[in-house]
Design a protein around this ligand. Structure first.
Ligand code: HEC
Length: 111
């Protein structure tokens, strides 16, 4: 009896550990991941996507078009020079996060 109680407790600890681990990862707020990606994009698209040069600016792209563009680059439905390779490095969740990042930044810039 006592032994099974200890076993149960060990099982409980193991289970909560297993459940908590992925929760910690996926519970990371979307903007954090979005901010991290946006910094990588800034190298070409400028800070907050406000490119002034030949590379298209991202700051005026509606969030829906932004997401569609990223997905199309990923599946190669849309051919680019560098964006196909870059978009393939992003997961669906990464695309969501970076889309959210630019969507959130947009209204602030237009003020
Ligand atoms: C090495 C430079 C470079 C980096 C880094 C880069 N891009 Fe691009 N991006 C481009 C170029 C160049 C284009 C035009 C399409 C092409 O030639 O691939 C483009 C096009 C786009 C477009 C389509 C714009 C439109 O008006 O249709 C989106 C969306 C985009 N990039 C998002 C991103 C995101 C998000 C990141 C960061 C994860 C990123 N880019 C990082 C160079 C870059």
């Amino acid at each position: 009896m006592r032994r099974s109680l200890i076993l149960m407790r060990q099982l409980f600890v193991l289970l909560t550990g297993l459940l908590a681990a992925p929760a910690l990862v996926s519970a990371a707020p979307i903007p954090v991941r979005g901010v991290a990606w946006a910094q990588a994009c800034a190298a070409c698209h400028g800070p907050d996507g406000q490119s002034q040069g030949a590379i298209p600016a991202l700051d005026k792209l509606p969030p829906k078009d932004f997401r569609v563009a990223m997905q199309a680059f990923r599946t190669e439905e849309r051919q680019g020079t560098v964006m196909n390779q870059i978009a393939k490095g992003l997961s669906e969740a990464d695309i969501e996060a970076v889309t959210t990042y630019f969507a959130v930044r947009q209204p602030r810039r237009q003020q």
